[in-house]
Design a protein around this ligand. Structure first.
Ligand SMILES: [Fe+2]
Length: 209
């Protein structure tokens, strides 16, 4: 599990629609004297989403709050379900309120599992709290024949404390490395499901998922 020191000092990344991954230098945080509780995080999150419409700016405004929340509210890191062998992953919703513009999910993957190549059709922030995951970034390079042709543009191994943000059409896949489950804290905006796709790297086709 990630320690409060990891939470405050690890790296922040932003992946945009072109698959560029950019290191973010966000301001150093200090832990508040009183616990930074989930309900305060949700209130500040709602205010940011009300006032900032650009997803890149939203992510940069929210990311420090995620870091502070995980450093201050250690219990959150334990709120995941052990993933079963089949399918090898689990999702536990920590917060999903009707018409609230974001959800919080704890996702766990058994080592060796690889996600489909996908976009999220909304902004997203993922914080690694356990294990190691390889993120591979892709970019759509449409051709007349294959409008969903994709190419790999890079990869990054994330460790506990690292946080990564995605714009709505950022395309990636994730592989759980090492010997222990990868556990992540995931924050997503409102998903436009008809624009969320799984991409096939061989046929260069995309289908909703
Ligand atoms: Fe994803």
């Amino acid at each position: 599990m990630v320690t409060s020191t990891d939470c405050l000092h690890s790296q922040n990344w932003l992946v945009n629609d072109s698959g560029d991954y950019i290191a973010l230098n966000l301001e150093e945080l200090t832990l508040p004297e009183k616990p930074y509780r989930l309900y305060r995080f949700l209130t500040e999150l709602e205010d940011i989403l009300d006032h900032i419409t650009d997803d890149c700016f939203r992510i940069q405004a929210i990311m420090p709050l995620v870091r502070k929340l995980l450093a201050s509210s250690y219990w959150l890191q334990m709120e995941f379900s052990e993933p079963p062998i089949d399918p090898g992953w689990s999702v536990k919703f920590l917060y999903d309120e009707y018409e609230f513009p974001s959800t919080i999910q704890m996702v766990a993957w058994l080592p060796g599992n690889i996600s489909p190549i996908h976009n999220h059709a909304t902004w997203g922030i993922v914080a690694v709290v356990g294990g190691q995951e390889k993120n591979q970034f892709w970019r759509k390079v449409s051709t007349l024949e294959y409008p969903n042709h994709i190419e790999c543009v890079g990869e990054k191994i994330l460790v506990p404390g690292d946080i990564i943000g995605f714009t709505a059409d950022a395309i990636h896949c994730v592989e759980a490395l090492g010997n222990e489950p990868v556990v992540t804290f995931n924050l997503y905006g409102e998903t436009a499901y008809h624009q969320r796709f799984e991409f096939d790297r061989v046929t260069h086709e995309a289908k909703n998922f």
